[in-house]
Design a protein around this ligand. Structure first.
Ligand SMILES: [Zn+2]
Length: 395
């Protein structure tokens, strides 16, 4: 072990860490309140209730400062929530980005209650990402406390309602706020129990491949038919061959459907395809390949819909610089903050795609996002909050 490389925490960093250690239970209870308001992405009434409760919490941070809470109404999704904190400097705002929807239907809480067992806090959406919202609230409250109500620089918070279902409704708002920001901090879950931040995320695409053949009696005159399932099977072989691991480009046929009865030559079949790219420059190539699929059997027709919908979050110089700042803050707090490249996308992909320095995975540490064992580690909350607060000042 190399003791010399481990820097002792500075007094200021220690003070901040102690501040959040004292408030650890308060952070946990904010998380619990948020988890106990269920907010599935497809339930507007539930989402709007959640947005209302979160808006309330942010307005309470108003105090002497003029905090502006703004609701962006969404027709079929929950309303998106924007909160602007003026700062006492002319610096561009930092954008704190997150979502308050979860993948869990109403009623999940009964089977998966928000409970603290030893160091783990469980519940639907506790990791992804209600604890991220709680960390925003507590980091901002601390900054107001330390800086006598005024933040040291302007901060914009955006919490969207549709991240788990593709962010179609919120994307324009995310992009316009990101363009005005100096940096974007995404409070999505950290990577692994080590709590690494995410400095690269793959871009995501989706395609629907529909084959139309010709129905016929499988016993009497099969030669008059054109088997759409057979055609699709050949296409799936071809589509799967587009995977190029050297480029970290993957193509996955994840859902297939087709046919009606065993004694009928099927006239229809379809496949849903997931595409992941690590570099934006690979987007056009894979899109072209998907669109150039032609039927093997000329009696079949193919229709292709879809495209790349989230650009990759690439580890640009801006992203690397933001990570270096975060790692330096963590070092002062006495720990080593790692970085990770992951396959899943987030709204950080949109902001990074615009060239705005973006650091993702700053939220809670835990495991089991979208799964029954979803949980966070309570002991990680104080230093996470301290990191976020300091990064807001410096980014
Ligand atoms: Zn998430």
């Amino acid at each position: 072990m190399n003791l010399a490389s481990r820097k002792a925490p500075t007094t200021e960093a220690q003070r901040r860490l102690a501040y959040f250690n004292e408030r650890r239970d308060a952070i946990v209870s904010t998380i619990r309140e948020l988890v106990e308001i269920e907010s599935p992405s497809d339930d507007k009434a539930a989402l709007d209730r959640m947005a209302e409760a979160v808006a309330q919490k942010f307005s309470q941070l108003g105090g002497k400062a003029t905090v502006k809470v703004r609701v962006h109404p969404a027709k079929d999704r929950g309303n998106h929530l924007q909160v602007d904190f003026p700062g006492n400097s002319a610096a561009k705002p930092v954008l704190l980005l997150g979502h308050y929807d979860t993948v869990y239907p109403l009623g999940t809480l009964a089977a998966m209650p928000c409970r603290a067992v030893d160091n783990k806090l469980t519940g639907p959406g506790v990791l992804d990402m209600k604890s991220g919202i709680a960390l925003m609230l507590h980091a901002l409250a601390a900054l107001q406390d330390w800086h006598k109500a005024d933040l040291p620089r302007p901060v914009t918070v955006l919490l969207v309602s549709d991240e788990e279902v593709g962010s179609d409704s919120s994307r324009p708002i995310t992009e316009s706020l990101a363009k005005a920001a100096a940096a974007v901090l995404v409070l999505e879950p950290a990577h692994g129990y080590q709590g690494a931040v995410k400095t690269a995320r793959k871009g995501v695409g989706g395609y629907l491949v529909k084959v139309t053949g010709k129905a016929a009696h499988a016993g009497l005159d099969p030669q008059k038919g054109a088997n759409a399932i057979l055609e699709l099977a050949r296409q799936i072989e071809k589509i799967s061959s587009f995977t190029d691991l050297k480029k970290a480009l993957t193509v996955n046929v994840g859902v297939v459907s087709g046919g009606s009865r065993t004694n009928v030559v099927p006239a229809e079949a379809a496949a849903q395809v997931d595409v992941r790219i690590a570099r934006m420059k690979d987007a056009a190539g894979i899109d072209k390949k998907m669109r150039s699929l032609r039927p093997f059997n000329r009696k079949c027709k193919i229709e292709i819909n879809g495209g790349i919908n989230r650009p990759p979050l690439e580890r640009t110089a801006g992203v690397a610089a933001l990570y270096a700042q975060a790692a330096a803050i963590a070092r002062n707090l006495g720990w080593k903050l790692g970085e990770a490249a992951v396959g899943g996308g987030s709204d950080g992909n949109f902001t990074a795609g615009l060239g705005i320095p973006t650091l993702d995975g700053l939220g809670a540490v835990g495991d089991g996002a979208h799964a029954p064992h979803e949980h966070i580690l309570i002991s990680e909350l104080p230093r996470r909050a301290a990191l976020i607060a300091s990064l807001i000042e410096q980014a």
